[in-house]
Design a protein around this ligand. Structure first.
Ligand code: GTP
Ligand code: MG
Length: 455
């Protein structure tokens, strides 16, 4: 990987804007910019300063600009970085980029600025990935997690634990060199202790992924129940928009409908489904099948029931039973509270896991939103300080955990030192992949190709 040439890219979004920022990074950043800049001798200016001037192509003025200078090593990439803030016309931006290319810069690859920051040791790999997550974050919760990770997050902790394990691994390797002499340089009891200690740190991180992943992508909430219960009306009430078709004909919704709503800084993905019933209608049947599939992938189930139809204890018990049968965290939403008898109203209010609402009259909708946000935010508190949102990290953590299990079993069964050494090496390898202490071109290519150009 070549890192000494000077790269250029538009750092702001493509298209028209008030201003556009073009970024250069590399040894020649200042000298290349100077060749097209009129106003000052940039190369004589100190780091972290901003300068007014013009970008020119020979005699022709292209734009009036502000140029910021960040000298190595105090810059995003640790190289000399120059940022040209120009007017945000796509034409001007293109002209300036072309000029810089003509004067010796090279167009940056996707994520190449961040890649350089990583290769130059300014950030580790998980921090680099957090940069991409931060840019993509679209809710307060996703933003908070990405920011924590960008500041070092759990990868610092993993690095520490790994360093302790490296120590033991080197003693074990040493034993292999003296294999004829039957010596133990690595204290097995202490090794077992350390491994258990590491595992207690890995476990909550692994468990946090389930939640971290849904926070990043939106928490899927299935809205399910019998036909005509008012599922689509509820979706509309939540969104405050006539999104789904509502009618008094049972079996109105056939296909699933998904919409995202941000509640208290968390994105929820509401999925309205076809009413659950046995039907001979071919299309509705497919819809019902889809409902079951969608419910399976949801984090939370809102089981909607028509409170006007609940006449007895056994009716209620049946609906509660149906909701619980999916094995998900659920809430029975007793809809149509406006049609419900006073006695039943009282009873439903005092039943656990039941919330009375009227989707049609918009009653109880705020309580429902509060229930959902509490559910997720309290889960978040329960999980680790750090939340894993990245599937690559999740896999590496899991692999490291099971390699450590293998080492423990190996010691327990007194297997040969070379097998223990092998599993230890695997564990070190997986742990190292998270921060990028262990990496290869394939991993890097995979991560950085997903970045946008200019980041
Ligand atoms: N009185 C009253 N009627 C409601 C309420 N919510 C929904 N309805 C009515 O109940 C009927 C069915 O509503 P939908 O939202 O289409 O029900 P659904 O559960 O989506 O039905 P399917 O898509 O067929 O499974 C419609 O006539 C709605 O106007 C409510 O809170 N009170
Ligand atoms: Mg419907």
């Amino acid at each position: 990987m070549i890192t000494n040439d000077t790269i250029v890219a538009l750092a702001t979004a493509q298209g028209m804007g008030a201003i556009g920022v073009i970024r250069l990074s590399g040894e020649q950043a200042l000298s290349i910019c100077q060749q097209v800049f009129k106003g000052k001798n940039l190369e004589a200016q100190p780091s972290h300063t901003i300068h007014y001037g013009h970008i020119v192509d020979g005699e022709k003025v292209i734009d009036e600009v502000m140029v910021s200078i960040f000298r190595a090593p105090k810059s995003f990439t640790t190289e000399d970085v120059v940022e040209i803030a120009c007017h945000g016309s796509p034409f001007i931006q293109e002209q300036i980029q072309q000029l810089l290319l003509q004067h010796g810069a090279r167009l940056a690859n996707p994520g190449e600025f961040t890649l350089r920051a990583f290769l130059n040791g300014r950030i580790d790999l998980s921090q680099a990935e957090a940069v991409a997550d931060l840019i993509a974050s679209n809710s307060a919760a996703a933003h908070e997690i990405a920011l924590k990770q960008m500041r070092g997050g759990f990868s610092n902790q993993i690095k520490d634990l790994r360093a302790q394990l490296v120590n033991f691994a080197s003693y074990i390797e040493l034993e292999l060199d003296f294999s004829e002499e039957d010596v133990e340089f690595a204290d097995r009891t202490k090794l077992v202790e350390l491994i258990r200690f590491i595992q207690t740190h890995l476990r909550p991180l692994i468990e946090s992924f389930k939640l971290g992943n849904v926070i990043k992508n939106g928490v899927p909430v299935a809205i399910a129940g019998k036909p005509n219960a008012g599922k689509s009306t509820l979706l509309n009430a939540l969104l405050n928009e006539e999104r789904a078709i509502v009618s008094d004909i049972a079996g109105t919704t056939r296909d699933t409908i998904e919409e995202v709503l941000n509640i208290d800084g968390v994105s929820f993905r509401f999925i309205d489904t076809a009413g659950l019933r046995d039907t001979v209608d071919t299309i509705e049947k497919i819809g019902v099948q889809r409902s079951y599939e969608k419910i399976k992938t949801a984090t939370v189930l809102l089981y909607i029931t028509d409170a006007g139809n609940i006449a007895s204890e056994s009716d209620l018990a049946e609906e509660l039973q149906a909701a619980a049968s999916f094995g998900l965290p659920y809430l029975v939403v007793a809809n149509k509270s406006d049609l419900c008898s006073d006695a039943m109203h009282m009873q439903l209010q005092n039943t656990q896991n039941v919330l009375l609402v009227s989707a049609k009259e918009n009653a109880g909708i705020a309580d429902l939103k509060q229930f959902l946000s509490h559910l997720i935010l309290s889960e978040k508190v329960k999980t680790a300080d750090h939340t894993v949102t990245n599937i690559r990290h999740y896999q590496a953590l899991q692999d490291a955990y099971s390699s450590l299990d293998q080492v423990l079993q190996g010691i327990d069964h007194k297997i040969t030192t070379d097998l223990i050494a092998f599993e230890l090496k695997n564990a070190l390898n997986y742990l190292g992949q998270i921060s990028g202490e262990v990496t290869n071109d394939e991993i890097l290519g995979n991560i950085f190709s997903k970045f946008c150009i200019g980041k």
